[in-house]
Design a protein around this ligand. Sequence first.
Ligand code: CP
Ligand code: NVA
Length: 312
Amino acid sequence: MKDLLRTADLSPTDVELLLQTAADFAAKPFLANTTLANRTVAIYMTKPSTRTRLASETAVAHLGGTPIFIRGDELQIGRGETIADTARVISGYASALLVRTFKQSDVDELGANATIPVINGLTDDDHPTQLLADWVTIREVFGKDIAGRKFTYVGDGNNMAHAWLTMGAILGAHVVVATPGGSYAPDSQAVSAAQSIAKKTGATLEILTDPEAAAKDASVLYTDVWMSMGDSESDRASKTKALAPFAVTPNLMKLTSSDSIFMHCLPAHRGEEVSADVIDGNSSVVWREAFHRRTTIQAILYHLVRGDLIGN
Ligand code: CP
Ligand code: NVA
């Protein structure tokens, strides 16, 4: 496996290895601090980022390398240079490329034309690096035995909903995604791709439109922003109205299991998708989850550069 272009690229074995290495990097950040010695990693983003950018730059530094951050408007791509030519050129300098952008097909094209590992740092369709951080955090709380546990995402059927379903499928989990349906439902192709993984791993996937049924007895209640980067402002009012019943409030949390946790990839909007009482309360693990963005991206870089991942 050369690239991490989408969550579904990872096999269960790869995920186990990455989660273990991330736990090692949490305990010992400088464990592999010569892996990228004298080397660079390019980080190219056409959308804003707090966590993914800082986690990636820190991960590269902890592996002994130098990150080169490039904003979307700084490359010649904006003046007509092709994605393929850009990928070939960056491959001559850097040891890996992490990309955050809109279209999944642009990340795929970079991967196809680069000779170095290309990592998806979020697209409109997927967010694979986030899901590894989420599952390291989940394992710290509940351990590895997830039998009988339910892992619920409520909100917009966006990139996070797709990634949540796919990673849950890879890990053989009971995963529930509840959205208002219609144009806010998760993409049907993403759902069927996750379902075919679930068939092999024994995972159970449920797509619902009832937030209360989704929250009932869940060990994890996860949500994300209602307006994602790139969403049209003209949809804000109707989207906010449709998603209002999916807000994670203390009442929704009351339906979950007695040992449940609240998760959010962040950034959060208190009073919209989550109440301040929930995200700032005792069940919230969002800061640990954000911390693990560094440990997991460090693990991804470490194993991709060494060529350790087998892929799907
Ligand atoms: N969760 C996440 O990807 O955060 P950023 O958008 O700040 O990178
Ligand atoms: N769905 C959000 C996730 C942010 C980390 C977005 O794409 O903006």
